[in-house]
Design a protein around this ligand. Structure first.
Ligand code: HEC
Ligand code: HEC
Length: 253
């Protein structure tokens, strides 16, 4: 390309570049509007962070800023404003962070912090640290008087259409980027599923979107009630200060 053409191209790209620099706004993600978005495309800092070995010890420091909202234990808040993160698969954490940075989830509260975590090694470290924490048992559950009924109804739905990916105890699948659901707050689960169904959370697995599309609000309540009752044996503990998962062995290297 000659110099004049190069300058012309640069000038044409400048507005897009300026928009990308606006710290308040996540960049628009190419492909979403045109429908060519590919779920979990392996690119950018995500693929780099996934390849690296996360150092949980080093990640503890990086997590401090996150703990302001998600709490030092990773437990989040039962009202669902801040999700429970402890024990989540590192792969899922890396994917969600990359997606939040790419503007695929509306998260204005956290966006400025996600934006800072650009270093792939640091992202891998923080994710390894979060994964090493035990899942607190006293999270937000469905509190209605009809809890037994809702849980029974939700269990039938979950086992039919969700268990395949999220597992019998809500353990997800690390290799496939399927999140841990066990220990998550009822209110957060309900909000996420509503947003996935309604297309507001734009990074969701297309097969899950297909499954959840026909669900009514009442069905989402029941299925959230059930999910928040799930227990992953051996990975849960009483909430409190940050604790390693009971199953976690001291890191040997
Ligand atoms: C100012 C508060 C705040 C801070 C600081 C913050 N987050 Fe968040 N985070 C949120 C909120 C709010 C959500 C839920 C957004 C939603 O409802 O979709 C969230 C969601 C997430 C999710 C998605 C969870 C899921 O289940 O899909 C991950 C992962 C996450 N945060 C990790 C982090 C990490 C790592 C840090 C530190 C670098 C951090 N957060 C700092 C507020 C915060
Ligand atoms: C094909 C596999 C698959 C199926 C089937 C599936 N999910 Fe998911 N689910 C995912 C993936 C992957 C994510 C993470 C979103 C993303 O980044 O794609 C997710 C996200 C979620 C979340 C949000 C978790 C979080 O931490 O933010 C909830 C809640 C959930 N699924 C519940 C369900 C329920 C209930 C069903 C059944 C009606 C279901 N899923 C069916 C793969 C699946």
């Amino acid at each position: 390309m000659n110099k004049a053409l190069l300058l012309a191209v640069a000038a044409a790209l400048l507005p897009a570049w300026a928009a990308a620099q606006d710290p308040r706004k996540p960049p628009a993600r190419a492909g979403i509007e045109s429908g060519s978005y590919q779920w979990n495309a392996q690119e950018g800092e995500k693929i780099e962070a996934l390849r690296l070995k996360g150092d949980a010890k080093a990640g503890k420091e990086g997590y401090e800023v996150c703990g302001a909202c998600h709490l030092p234990s990773g437990a989040g808040r039962p009202d669902g404003t801040f999700p429970q993160l402890a024990g989540q698969h590192a792969t899922v954490l890396i994917k969600q962070m990359a997606d939040i940075r790419a503007g695929l989830r509306d998260n204005p509260t956290m966006y400025p912090f996600a934006k800072e975590l650009t270093d792939a090694q640091e992202l891998a470290n923080v994710s390894a640290y979060i994964e090493s924490l035990c899942i607190p048992v006293d999270h937000g559950r469905y509190a209605g008087k009809d809890a037994t009924e809702q849980i029974t109804k939700g269990k039938a739905l979950y086992e039919k259409q969700c268990l395949e990916c999220h597992g019998k105890s809500g353990e997800g699948d690390k290799g496939k980027f399927f999140p841990v659901i066990a220990g998550q707050h009822y209110e957060y689960l309900l909000r996420q599923m509503t947003e996935i169904r309604d297309g507001k959370r734009r990074n969701a697995n297309p097969d899950m979107v297909k499954v959840i599309k026909p669900y009514s609000n009442d069905q989402l309540v029941a299925i959230s009630a059930y999910q928040s009752s799930l227990v992953m044996a051996g990975s849960m503990c009483k909430a409190g200060p940050a604790k390693p998962a009971p199953a976690a062995k001291p890191a040997k290297k």
